[in-house]
Design a protein around this ligand. Structure first.
Ligand code: HBZ
Length: 798
C-alpha cells in the first residue's frame, strides 16, 4: 500500500462513497462515458450506446462502495462465507443495480432528457445466463440477500464464454443457438494479476514431484454485487481458463506448426467455454470433471491465500472461513482442502480433516437418482490421481469409524463396473451440516437416500433451510406498480427488507378501492405479457382471459405433458359444447415456456406437442378467445420478470416427491397469482408404480380420448408423439400422469369456478401475498448464517 506521507494526497482525490443521490450527476457521467469510454457522440449514440454509457456511470458509483466494502472486510477480518456454485443465473444487472443503489428515478428522468426511454435502454442488456434453472437462480438470489444483509460473503463460480443456449422454435421444434453473451459486459472486472495454475493428470504427486501433466491457468473476473439500501457491495469471482504462461509453444510456432501451437491454447480455453445444459441429470463427462476441479482448486487457492495473510494458526481456519457447497458439483473442494493441508502445509491427517469438516456445509437439491453425481474411478484416477488416493483414505477412515455396522451401502465407492465415486456421500462425510431446500424435501432425504448417514452421524447434522427469493428483483423490479401499492399500505418500502411486513395486507382483503387497484395492476401486467406474446408469437390473446402459466425447465418429472394433455382435454370439451354452454366457459390462455436439455429427446417431444396443439387451437375460429395455447421461446430470467407478474394461476404439478422445492412458485404468488400444486404423497408413488407394472392399469377414459385425438393426427403427424403416449400406456407411466389426470382436470374446473367471482379471487390473491413473508431469500440466508455458517453482518461508514 501507499506509504503514510503520501496518503494525504491520495485521500484528497479519492472518490467518495455513493451515499446521497443528489451528488450523483447521472447525465454528466453518462454523456462523458458515451464520449470518452465509447468514443461516440450525440450524432451516433443509439440505445446500445446509451445502455453502455448509463451502465458505466452507475458502475463508477458501485465500484467505490465495492472497494470500500472489500477494504473494510479485510480490515475487520471477520469470518467470511464462500458460496461455491457452478451456476449463477444472474439475468440482467443494470436495472437491479439502479434499484439497489436508489438511483432508478434519477436515471429514468436523466435518460428521458437525453432522448431515451429507460425501458428501451434496459432491453439492450444481454442476460447473464450462467445457469440452468432453479439451482443457479437460487445462488443469484442468495448473493443479493447476503449483500443486503451486510454479510461478508463471496461467490465463486466459472466464467463460461457461452451461457445456457438460446432456444429458438423452428417448425414447432426446439433449436439450440449459442449464447455468446460477453461481446459487451461492463459488469465484470478482469484481474489479470490474480491467476492460479491448475494441474491435471500426471503422476499423482501434485505437490512434490508432479510430472507429465497439463497445467491450465485460472484468471479471476470479479463482479460487484450491490446490496439493497446499503453500501455493502460484495464480490462474485468467476474463473476463466487460459493456457498457462509459457504454454504457447514458440518452437512449434516458429517451425511453422501453427495449428498444434494454437491447439494447446484452445484446449485450455475449452475448460470454461460452455455451461453444461443438463438440469437434474448427471452425464459423467471428463470435461465436466475438469471444470469442477479447475474451479474448486482456483477458489480454494484464493481462500487459503487470503487466510494465510492474516497469519493465524490453521486451527482457526474454520473460525474464519465457511464454505457452502451448492449441490455436489463443488464436492471436490473437500478433497482439495485436505490435500492442501496435508501435502502442502504439512498438517497431520486428523488435524487437516477436523478443519475440513468444520469448514464445509452441503446443500442437496434433488432426490432423483439420475441426478446424483458419480464419477467413474478410472476416469477420475487418470485426471486427478492424488485426489483419488485421498478419497480412498477418507473412505477407509470413515468405514473404519463406523466399524461393521454399515457395510457396502454407505461406501463412497460404489462397486459397479467400473467402480464409481458417489459425490453426495463424499459431501456428507466431509461437511458439518447437510441441508435440503424445503421441509418435505429435507425429511425425504433423511428417510430415503441418506438414511444410513442419519443413523451414523445423528439427526443434528441434517437440517432444513427452506428456499426463498429476493423480493427486490421479483417484486420491486419486476412489478413496480404492485410494489408501490403495497408500500402505500404497509408503511413504505421497508417490506422489501423485511418481507413479514406483508402480513399487514390481511387488513385490506375487504377494502374495495385497494382490491380494484390490485386487480388493475394485475390486468396491466397481463396486457404487458399479451404485447410480448403478440410480438414474439404473432398471436393475439385477450388480457381478460385467465392466464394459466407453466414456465420452468422441460422435464418429465415436472409434467408439462400432464398440462398439455389437460389443455387438449379442455379443447375437446369446448368443441363438444353447445353455444349456450360455451357462454359459461371462462376464457383461458395456457402459457408454457422452458428449455429442454439438447440431448433430452422426450422433453423436446413435449415442446413439439405444445407447439403443434397451439398451432391448431389458436387458428380455430370456432373456439376464438375461449382457449389459446402459447409456447414462449427462450425462457430466461429477464422474461420471467415479465411473466411472473402476469399469472392468474401457475402450475407446479411435478410427480409427488420429485421437486425438491421449486422457487418460481414463490415468484408467482408474491406477484398476486394463485398456484396449482401436487399434494404430498411421496410414499404412495412407489406403490403406484408397482401397480402399473404388475396390476391391471385402466387408463382414464378422458385421457384415452386425448390420446385418441393425438393418434388420429389432429395435431399433426402422430408418429412424432407416439413415444410420449407410450410412456404412459405401455412403459409403466413412471411419472404417474394417468393417476393424477382426473384430479388435475377437476382442479382446473374448480379454478374456473373460483375465477368467476373476481372479488373473491382478489381476496384470495391478497391473502396469499400477505402470507409470503417467510419465502424471502433474506430469511433463508439468515437461517444459513445462524444455523450453518456462524457469520455476522458487518457494515461501515459510507
Ligand atoms: O434447485 C432445483 C430443484 O429442482 C428445485 O426444486 C429447487 O427449488 C432448486 C433450488 O433449490 N435444481 C436444479 O435447478 N438443478 C439443476 O439445475 C442442476 C444443474 C446441473 C446438474 C444437476 C442439477 O448437474
Amino acid at each position: 500500500s501507499i506509504p503514510l506521507p503520501q496518503r494525504e494526497t491520495w485521500q484528497k482525490y479519492s472518490a467518495q462513497a455513493f451515499s446521497s443521490k443528489e451528488e450523483f450527476e447521472f447525465q454528466k457521467e453518462t454523456v462523458r462515458h458515451v464520449e470518452t469510454s465509447l468514443a461516440r457522440s450525440l450524432y451516433n449514440c443509439d440505445e446500445l450506446a446509451a445502455y453502455a454509457g448509463a451502465s458505466l456511470a452507475i458502475r463508477d458509483r458501485l465500484v467505490i462502495s465495492w472497494n470500500k466494502t472489500q477494504q473494510h472486510q479485510t480490515f475487520v477480518d471477520q469470518k467470511r462465507l464462500y458460496y461455491l456454485s457452478l451456476e449463477f443465473l444472474m439475468g440482467r444487472t443494470l436495472d437491479n443495480a439502479m434499484l439497489n443503489t436508489g438511483v432508478k428515478s434519477i436515471a429514468k428522468d436523466g435518460l428521458g432528457e437525453l432522448g431515451f426511454r429507460i425501458e428501451d435502454v434496459l432491453e439492450q442488456e444481454h442476460d447473464a445466463a450462467l445457469g440452468n434453472g432453479g439451482l443457479g437462480r437460487l445462488a443469484a438470489c442468495f448473493l443479493d440477500s447476503l449483500a443486503t444483509l451486510n454479510y461478508p460473503a463471496w461467490g465463486y463460480g466459472l466464467r463460461y464464454r457461452y451461457g445456457i443456449f438460446k432456444q429458438e422454435i423452428v417448425d414447432g421444434y426446439q433449436v439450440e443457438v449459442p449464447d455468446y453473451w460477453l461481446s459487451f459486459n461492463p459488469w465484470e472486472f478482469p484481474r489479470f494479476d490474480i491467476t492460479v495454475d491448475i494441474m491435471f493428470y500426471g503422476n499423482g504427486k501434485q505437490c512434490t514431484s508432479w510430472e507429465g501433466g497439463e497445467i491450465v491457468q485460472a484468471v479471476a473476473y470479479d463482479v460487484p454485487i450491490p446490496g439493497f439500501g446499503t453500501s455493502v457491495t460484495n464480490n462474485l469471482r468467476l474463473w476463466s481458463s487460459k493456457a498457462a504462461s509459457g504454454e504457447f509453444d514458440f518452437q512449434k510456432f516458429n517451425s511453422g506448426d501453427y495449428e498444434s501451437a494454437v491447439a494447446d491454447e484452445q484446449r485450455a480455453e475449452t475448460i470454461s467455454a460452455v455451461l453444461y445444459p443438463n438440469d437434474n441429470l448427471d452425464r459423467g463427462k471428463e470435461l465436466r470433471l475438469k471444470q469442477q476441479y479447475f474451479w474448486v482448486a482456483a477458489s480454494l487457492h484464493d481462500i487459503v491465500r487470503r487466510f494465510k495473510k492474516s497469519r493465524r494458526p490453521w486451527k482457526e481456519f474454520s473460525e474464519q472461513v465457511a464454505i457452502q457447497l451448492n449441490d455436489t458439483h463443488p464436492a471436490l473442494a473437500i478433497v482439495e482442502l485436505q490435500r492442501l493441508l496435508i501435502d502442502t502445509e504439512g498438517l497431520e491427517w486428523d488435524e487437516g480433516w477436523d478443519i475440513v469438516t468444520q469448514t464445509f456445509g452441503y446443500t442437496n437439491h434433488t432426490v432423483l437418482p439420475e441426478a446424483l453425481e458419480k464419477w467413474s474411478v478410472p476416469l477420475f484416477q487418470n485426471l486427478l490421481p492424488r485426489h483419488l488416493q485421498i478419497i480412498y483414505d477418507i473412505n477407509l477412515f470413515f468405514l473404519q469409524s463406523v466399524e461393521k455396522r454399515f457395510p457396502k451401502a454407505i461406501s463412497i465407492i460404489e462397486e459397479s463396473t467400473p467402480k464409481s465415486i458417489r459425490m453426495a456421500f463424499l459431501a456428507i462425510i466431509g461437511s458439518h451440516k447437510v441441508n435440503g431446500v424445503a421441509e418435505l424435501h429435507s425429511d425425504l432425504i433423511q428417510t430415503t437416500i441418506f438414511k444410513d448417514f442419519v443413523k451414523i452421524f445423528g439427526p443434528d447434522k441434517f437440517t432444513n433451510v427452506t428456499n426463498g427469493i429476493t423480493p427486490r428483483r421479483w417484486l420491486h423490479q419486476a412489478n413496480p406498480r404492485l410494489s408501490e401499492l403495497i408500500a402505500s399500505k404497509v408503511g413504505g418500502l421497508g417490506f422489501l427488507k423485511d418481507l413479514t411486513l406483508l402480513s399487514e395486507l390481511e387488513n385490506y382483503v375487504d377494502d374495495k378501492d385497494f382490491k380494484r387497484e390490485w386487480m388493475e395492476i394485475k390486468y396491466a401486467n397481463k396486457v404487458r405479457l399479451a404485447k410480448h406474446i403478440k410480438s414474439a408469437n404473432g398471436v393475439t390473446v385477450n388480457p381478460s382471459a385467465l392466464f394459466d402459466i407453466q414456465v420452468k425447465r422441460m422435464h418429465e418429472y415436472k409434467r408439462q405433458q400432464l398440462n398439455i394433455f389437460g389443455v387438449i382435454h379442455r379443447y375437446l370439451t369446448i368443441k363438444a359444447m353447445t353455444p349456450e354452454e360455451r357462454k359459461k366457459v371462462v376464457p383461458r390462455v395456457s402459457i408454457f415456456g422452458g428449455k429442454a436439455a439438447p440431448g433430452y429427446w422426450m422433453a423436446k417431444t413435449i415442446i413439439h406437442l405444445i407447439n403443434c396443439v397451439g398451432n391448431i387451437v389458436n387458428k380455430d375460429k370456432d373456439i376464438g378467445d375461449l382457449l389459446k395455447v402459447i409456447f414462449l421461446e427462450d425462457y430466461n430470467v429477464s422474461k420471467a420478470e415479465i411473466i411472473c407478474p402476469a399469472s392468474d394461476i401457475s402450475e407446479h404439478i411435478s410427480t409427488a416427491g420429485t421437486e425438491a422445492s421449486g422457487t418460481s412458485n414463490m415468484k408467482f404468488v408474491l406477484n398476486g397469482g394463485l398456484i396449482i400444486g401436487t399434494c404430498d404423497g411421496a410414499n404412495e408413488v412407489e406403490d403406484l408404480r408397482h401397480k402399473h407394472f404388475y396390476g391391471k392399469h385402466e387408463l382414464d377414459p378422458d385421457l384415452r380420448r386425448v390420446f385418441d385425438e393425438i393418434e388420429k393426427g389432429a395435431f399433426g403427424p402422430p408418429e412424432g408423439f407416439s413415444a410420449l403416449i407410450n410412456s404412459v400406456t405401455v412403459h409403466g407411466d413412471y411419472y404417474l400422469v394417468s393417476d393424477d389426470f382426473r384430479s388435475y382436470i377437476q382442479t382446473h374446473a374448480l379454478v374456473d369456478e373460483a375465477y368467476k367471482d373476481q372479488d373473491e379471487w382478489a381476496a384470495k390473491t391478497i391473502m396469499s401475498v400477505a402470507r409470503m413473508g417467510f419465502f424471502s431469500s433474506d430469511r433463508c440466508i439468515q437461517d444459513y448464517a445462524e444455523s450453518i455458517w456462524n457469520i455476522e453482518p458487518s457494515t461501515f461508514e459510507a
